[in-house]
Design a protein around this ligand. Structure first.
Ligand code: KG4
Ligand code: ZN
Length: 330
């Protein structure tokens, strides 16, 4: 089954063609990072206009690279939410136009579910196949969730952030330290030359729950900077990264053990962080699966992979498919 995936929920315009939810024929991404960098964050109106400019060229590239014609496709999977309304609309309307013109079925994908399904890409060939039940640690710009997945499309939310998401915390900390945007890669890069233990930052354990909180560590960093107590930026970046990773790793392992799962799936943009990947793999006795870094950040291959399993389960949408900016995983 050959699925075209389309993703425009935030600031990446992406299209991909994937066979049977696993084999990537093409995976094209047009990033708007440089455009938003000058504002220090994503400007929603600018993002949607950029998507309009980029979507057709990206689609053409993805189809050409896959050597696919419209007639070769079996369906279209498109991110319907969560995300920025104006950005999501570009992808959803483009997908509906192709579906109508080519008589193809369409399925609306939850972006977070898409991140999870990045773990099925190349599974069985280049990497291990996920085995249920699994615990997913979803860490992105908008989410930090711990989710029990008992089968395809079967989710139980065990914990979530009560304030900032992990990626959001990285972005804010980078701004505080003057490291620019996007913050996650900037902090990781700076931290490589820093000593994490030269700065004391708090960890919010929220004992007795599987929830997270990252606003405290961010505020603590801000106070230290304001008081002139941060003399070395790279040490501060390393200390901040360690504080966030420490909590994510400890809580994910605890939840995975409690629910006796077979594997932990680490997903979302923050999952491209090397220290997080290493710490989780080293400290967990339960096997950890994590996609290649380029498949952790926003892409359309993961949406196509998720779409394949949705089609298999008969989850086909009509041409009345609409965007849901605050769509929840359920
Ligand atoms: O999943 P994603 O690409 O977009 C959303 O769905 O939000 O995640 C983007 C987030 C941003 O906050 C970015 O700073 C963070 O992921 N991120 C990282 C790294 N690469 C991206 N955070 C930490 N370390 C990284 N290497
Ligand atoms: Zn994402």
């Amino acid at each position: 089954m050959k699925i075209l995936g389309i993703e425009t929920s935030c600031d990446e315009t992406a299209a991909a063609v994937v066979v049977d939810g696993a084999r990537i024929l093409s995976n094209r991404i047009a990033s708007q990072v440089e455009i938003h960098a000058r504002y220090g964050g994503i400007v929603p109106e600018v993002a949607s206009r950029q998507h309009i400019l980029a979507i057709i060229p990206i689609l053409k590239q993805a189809m050409a690279e896959a050597k696919a014609t419209w007639g070769d496709l079996d369906g279209i999977a498109v991110t319907a939410g969560p995300g920025l309304a104006g950005s999501l609309l570009v992808g959803v309307n483009t997908a509906k136009a192709i579906a109508l013109a080519q008589g193809l079925p369409i399925t609306g994908v939850n972006h977070l579910e898409g991140h999870i399904y990045a773990n099925w890409l190349d599974a069985g060939t280049l990497r291990a196949v996920p085995i249920f039940p699994v615990v997913c640690l979803i860490v992105s710009g908008g989410h930090s969730d711990l989710v029990l997945m008992r089968g395809h499309g079967d989710y139980v939310i065990l914990g979530r952030t009560r304030d900032d998401a992990a990626g959001e915390a990285f972005d804010k900390a980078a701004r505080i330290l003057g490291l620019g945007y996007p913050g996650g890669p900037a902090i990781e890069q700076a931290a490589r030359n820093g000593k994490a233990n030269s700065i004391q930052l708090p960890r919010a354990w929220l004992k007795g729950t599987s929830d997270f909180s990252f606003s405290g560590v961010k505020t603590a960093l801000l106070r230290l900077v304001e008081k002139g107590m941060v003399s070395n930026i790279v040490d501060a970046a390393a200390g901040f990264q360690e504080a966030v990773v420490d909590v994510l790793v400890t809580k994910a392992i605890a939840v995975a053990k409690e629910h006796r799962v077979k594997q932990i799936l680490l997903v979302g943009g923050v999952a491209s962080n090397k220290v997080l990947r290493q710490q989780l793999a080293q400290n967990s006795s339960i096997p950890v699966l994590v996609p290649e870094p380029v498949l952790c950040t926003d892409n359309a291959a993961m949406i196509a992979a998720c779409g394949y399993y949705r089609f298999r389960a008969g989850k086909v949408d009509g041409l009345d498919l609409d965007v849901i900016p605050s769509l929840k995983l359920s």
